[in-house]
Design a protein around this ligand. Structure first.
Ligand code: 4AZ
Length: 276
């Protein structure tokens, strides 16, 4: 089972463009009460594995071109959501985005601190399904390595951090209100891993997506409030110091009974054959 998908993983930009043909229904943002939603600012130096995915050509320069989150899992490998690389998000096929970069060490997107590193290769999960949102991840290879201290470990299957009730934190520069006010500085919100049954019940299958416990992880608060939102996609959900999820989808943001749905990182580990 070592790297069973190595071949299909090397489709690179062409694969990404093909996957982009599957449109992701982006759930409409909902009103919610505060900052991520219900979070607070955090220092990038304390969470260096959180990085921004950027294209100034596509998204403009005011927030360094940030449009999704990502996370450093190897010195030259960053994970993000597959849907972040879709034509629906980018407006054009990925193959036509010539300035895709990862920004590391920059908490405040209005500054030039940290480092901008070009993406050399993008591998979209060949099993990504834009209809259900299953398998929503992509691996990006950086043109130059980041320091080892930026790398966070991925939780494999059977890791206790996946247990319902585990306290976790989600990080991002996304919408802090549910109505399109994107953060300038990195925020984090405390959420808990919820039982799969909660998301199975909330998301039995609709235009938003369909919850699958094998490829997805359910997290949030039963009464809403704290959650990821638009612009946080692809960013990390961390518990017990390990990466357990990537922000993927949900119905609105911070709504009671509508938890956040994350890409289950143990499924990423499985697809990568134990390596990035
Ligand atoms: C989005 O549209 C999105 N509340 C991300 C996360 C969530 C909802 C929407 C989860 O990118």
């Amino acid at each position: 089972m070592r790297r069973p998908f190595a071949r299909s993983w090397t489709g690179v930009l062409a694969t990404a463009a093909a996957a982009a043909a599957l449109p992701l229904a982006s759930p409409a943002p909902a009103a919610a009460d505060s900052v991520v939603i219900g979070g607070s600012p955090v220092r990038i130096s304390e969470s260096p594995w959180v990085v921004a995915l950027s294209s100034r050509d596509r998204f403009g320069g005011t927030r360094s071109g940030q449009f999704c989150g990502a996370v450093v899992v190897e010195r030259t490998t960053v994970l993000t959501a597959a849907h972040c690389l879709s034509e629906g998000v980018l407006g054009v096929p990925l193959s036509r985005v010539s300035d895709l970069r990862v920004i590391a060490g920059r908490g405040d997107l209005s500054t030039s601190e940290g480092k901008e590193i070009p993406v050399r290769e993008a591998r979209v999960n060949p099993e990504y399904d834009g209809d259900t949102n299953s398998g929503d991840f992509a691996a990006l290879t950086l043109a130059e390595p980041l320091p080892e201290s930026y790398v966070i470990g991925m939780a494999g299957s059977g890791d206790p951090a996946y247990a319902a009730g585990t306290q976790a934190a989600v990080y991002g520069w996304g919408d802090t209100t549910g109505s399109g006010s994107y953060a300038r500085t990195l925020h984090a919100a405390r959420v808990q891993v919820l039982p799969d049954t909660v998301c199975e019940k909330a998301y039995p299958g609709s235009a938003d997506g369909k919850y699958s416990a094998t490829t997805m992880l359910c997290a949030g608060e039963m009464d809403g409030r704290r959650d990821a939102c638009q612009g946080d996609s692809g960013g990390p959900l961390v518990a017990e110091g390990r990466l357990i999820g990537l922000v993927s989808w949900g119905s609105g943001c911070g709504r009671p009974g509508r938890p956040g749905v994350y890409t289950r990182v143990s499924d990423v580990v499985r697809m990568m054959g134990g390596r990035a």
